[in-house]
Design a protein around this ligand. Sequence first.
Ligand code: SF4
Length: 314
Amino acid sequence: MIAAEEILRRAEELRASLASCRLCAHRCGVNRLQGERGFCEATAQLEVSSECVHHGEEPVLMGREGVGNFFLAHCNMRCVYCQNHQISQTDRRFPRGEESVAESLLRFGEMGCPTAGFVSPTHYAPQILRAVGLAAEKGFDLPLIYNTNCYDSPELVRMLDGIFRIYLPDFRYWDDEYAVRYSSARGYREAAKAALKEMYQQVGGLEVGPDGVARSGVMVRLLVLPNGTSGTERILRYIAEELSTDVGISLLAQYNPVHRARDYPPLNRRLWRKEYASARKTLEELGFHSGYTQDLLPSPDSYLPDFERGDPFG
Ligand code: SF4
């Protein structure tokens, strides 16, 4: 990690940018320092939904000890099927000082977590950097995970260089029409491509230590949506052709039609086994060699059960 002094300097610079916020591709331009709210509805006050040692991430990210995670309140996308809606789209939010987040980071290190992460961090990047800088002043140096929906502005991602060693972006859609309809994210594909390219330039493909836990790199999460809505196979081809098959891929089958998904017919059912199998076949054919996939059951038309045992691959 870069020096604490530089992290704190960038935190200040980013905080000043909240006077006309363009941290994500919505580029609202609102003055969050004066209490104005843009699409994400976050002000300049950091709000956290929860923090915990989390055992629900991909094994390569957490080992046996779990990842020390912060789940940030609010979100800069509004997915009708949000799998995390209890956290991101409700009133469950608690103001937190950056000093207290720094203390928690240090505690995660003392507890033996091999990594620490921020989930939905984009709109709180200035506050997060300040917390990390304060922790770094006291010796914090765990690999940090930036777990984002990839709707970040590339300028923001550049400011994270040398601070986050692991990027965990979702690449949600290939088709912009779906991104607007189901997540209110205009221009999503190009925004995600630009952010992902910057992430890859900084940290490269997924590097895993001898203990099986990631040390650095990009791992892209692909939640396969029903009826081809996510365009997963197009995204995989793009990553293979324009970036590299060194990028880790987490291919997720656990889509659940929760939140408002029942009102959106293409998304109002679980995933079929054959849909997941098709995406997985593409992943294998393209030669991706690290990440995480989920098991297959025999019937191609069966729905996938709630949570299946996952397989690290590579
Ligand atoms: S983080 Fe994104 S959604 Fe939130 S105010 Fe800034 S530009 Fe708008």
